[in-house]
Design a protein around this ligand. Structure first.
Ligand SMILES: O=C(O)CCC(=O)C(=O)O
Ligand SMILES: [Fe+2]
Length: 354
């Protein structure tokens, strides 16, 4: 791909592009105007106009150097642009792409109690759901690991049977299927025993764009959770807020931050403030999950949540977290294994501790 790199070339091309794309953009604020232009050029996924179906993915950018040029123009403008608004980095997802309970027109009279709770609030809390022997077997292995952050591997379930027994516990995976509407496979474990201190976010935007909230995560209380350890917090009902989108959020990161493994952490710089404003503007409630041993908290891929800051730094938090994707919504296809009790897991080639 060739790109004019001298300042004059860029100016000429910028003008031509501006004539083609910016003219219609009207009197919107600069950030929104430029972003609409990038949508029209296919560099970020367009917000699905309701009620039409969302496009499958971004419109292809012709391979004539335009994508690179546009990106370069954006990167030059970025330091002078105001930060994004919530609308700039989110979209109202189209109904057809969503799990059944997230669509309009659900007949709530047909729902089970758990489905109704999920539909209304975006989470399900089950007390004393996991048998002690499964938790104790997990802790027997995990406690031998002298690392507060746990295994650095994101898929220890591929290597440690006790992690898979817990993640794929059949009554739990059955519940997830009941909530989402297709079999769910585990694809990520967080085995730290301290808070992640990851500030407000939804999980969906951290994943492949075709996930479209065919996604759940589960917080297991391996033992009673100490209130000073930085417990999990969430905003009931926020699963109905517009969905943060990865490609849009990433546009507002500095170029050298976008393709690093820590990119989600960098997005906190603006997302946290935007989400706090949204919580305030909607007069939404923030709740804390203080689990007792065996409790599980299942949350929606669009539920706003965070690992709160511990009152006592480094205080042990007895958590285990697993994330699940619908078997038809995984970027690499339905390459799944089956636990002996029937729970599914995505087969991944991730060494236990590199
Ligand atoms: O530390 C926590 O409890 C939050 C973890 C989290 O955000 C996640 O697993 O998606
Ligand atoms: Fe999360």
């Amino acid at each position: 791909m060739t790109t004019a790199t001298n300042a004059e070339g860029i100016t000429d091309k910028s003008k031509a592009l501006a004539q083609r794309g910016l003219v219609w953009a009207g009197r919107q604020p600069l950030g929104a105007r430029v972003l609409r232009f990038y949508e029209s050029q296919g560099l970020v996924e367009p917000i699905a106009p309701e009620p039409q179906p969302a496009p499958e993915g971004p419109a292809p950018v012709p391979d004539d150097g335009r994508a690179e040029l546009l990106q370069e123009m954006w990167d030059r403008l970025l330091p002078r642009m105001p930060g994004p608004s919530y609308e700039d980095v989110s979209e109202v997802m189209d109904d057809d792409s969503l799990p059944p309970l997230d669509r309009r027109g659900v007949d709530v009279s047909t729902l089970t109690d758990d489905q109704r709770q999920w539909y209304d609030h975006g989470y399900v809390l089950k007390e004393r759901f996991i048998p002690d022997e499964i938790l104790d077997a997990y802790w027997g292995v995990r406690s031998k690991l002298d690392r507060p952050g746990g295994w650095s591997c994101h898929a220890p379930y591929m290597h440690v049977p006790e992690v898979l027994d817990l993640s794929a516990y059949r009554p739990l995976t059955d519940l997830l299927e009941e909530l989402i509407g297709e079999p769910m496979g585990v694809m990520l474990n967080l085995t730290g025993i301290v808070s992640t201190e990851r500030n407000w976010h939804q999980d969906d935007y951290l994943n492949y764009s075709g996930t479209k909230t065919w996604y759940t995560a589960v917080w297991f209380a391996v033992d009673d959770v100490d209130p000073d350890s930085g417990p999990f917090q969430y905003v009931p009902g926020s699963h109905r807020w517009p969905a943060l989108r990865r490609d849009r959020v990433k546009m507002f990161l500095k170029p050298d931050e976008r393709d690093t493994p820590q990119w989600p952490k960098f997005t906190e710089r603006f997302l946290n403030g935007l989400i706090e404003q949204e919580i305030e503007a909607r007069n939404a409630e923030v709740r804390t999950f203080l689990g007792k041993k065996g409790d599980v908290f299942v949350w929606h891929g669009r539920l706003m949540h965070r690992g709160s800051t511990p009152n006592v730094p480094g205080r042990q938090r007895m958590s285990f977290i697993s994330h699940y994707t619908g078997i038809n919504h995984w970027a690499l296809g339905p390459n799944v294994g089956r636990h002996r009790d029937g729970g599914l897991y995505f087969i991944q080639d991730a060494p236990l501790d590199p």
